[in-house]
Design a protein around this ligand. Structure first.
Ligand SMILES: [Zn+2]
Ligand SMILES: [Zn+2]
Length: 227
């Protein structure tokens, strides 16, 4: 028996494998019923920003938000909605750093990438700076074969966005990010990764900075969206 096998064997006896959501015995990090309860974002959606368009019979080209805001990105898609099991998993990964959850979340990103962006030419994966997003991007990179380049840096501390209103959030992130190598970004199509889209203020600010570097198309991919 190899050392790791012995360790795994005893680990299972001492700490039986449990579902990270419901806590019941499970051989996967999330049991099949908790996995099935994660709500994906389904059509009809806005083709541009990916937000659900309830009441519509088909996908729409530019929803009212897109028209009002003049987004600098080309597309945004999320794997799921930010509530229930998905919210617990993202928080479990972000705050408790459960590595196995990170692997699962990266698989979700890859699933969404294949579903929405597979036919597009994408040059690099960029991320909203953060250690947990970096781990997701590294795994997504190895799954998709798209190189992850750490080309966005945070140049100023951002106060916690939680509890701030829309305009306060936007002011809070302004001038907070910089492109390390503008030349490398120029003309390139970027897959920009983050965990959650809430009001989108951070992602929008990064897109603004990227477009100043004359990037090609920006494809945002997030795990979950609040709206
Ligand atoms: Zn479960
Ligand atoms: Zn839209």
């Amino acid at each position: 028996m190899r050392q790791s096998t012995i360790t795994d064997f005893f680990k299972d006896i001492i700490i039986p494998p449990l579902c990270a959501v419901c806590g019941k015995l499970s051989h996967e990090i999330v049991c099949s019923s908790c996995r099935a309860a994660i709500e994906t974002v389904d059509s009809p959606i806005c083709i541009r920003c990916g937000s659900p368009v309830p009441g519509s019979v088909q996908n729409v080209e530019n929803c009212s938000q897109c028209r009002d805001q003049g987004y600098a990105f080309y597309r945004h898609r999320s794997f799921s909605l930010y509530r229930g099991n998905m919210k617990r998993l993202i928080q479990g990964f972000k705050y408790d750093r459960v590595y196995e959850i990170g692997k699962l979340l990266a698989n979700f990103l890859y699933e969404a990438y294949l579903k929405y962006y597979h036919g597009y030419m994408v040059d690099y994966i960029y991320i909203v700076p953060g250690r947990h997003i970096e781990l997701l991007a590294e795994r997504l990179s190895s799954l998709s074969g798209i190189p992850f380049v750490d080309n966005i840096i945070k140049i100023r501390d951002i106060y916690r966005q939680q509890g701030l209103g829309y305009y306060q959030r936007r002011e809070n992130v302004r001038e907070s990010f910089k492109i390390r190598d503008c030349l490398a970004a120029s003309g390139r199509n970027i897959l920009l990764i983050d965990d959650v889209w809430t009001t989108g203020s951070t992602l929008k600010e990064i897109c603004r900075v990227l477009s100043e570097s004359n990037t090609g198309k920006i494809f945002i991919l997030t795990l979950a969206r609040g709206n």
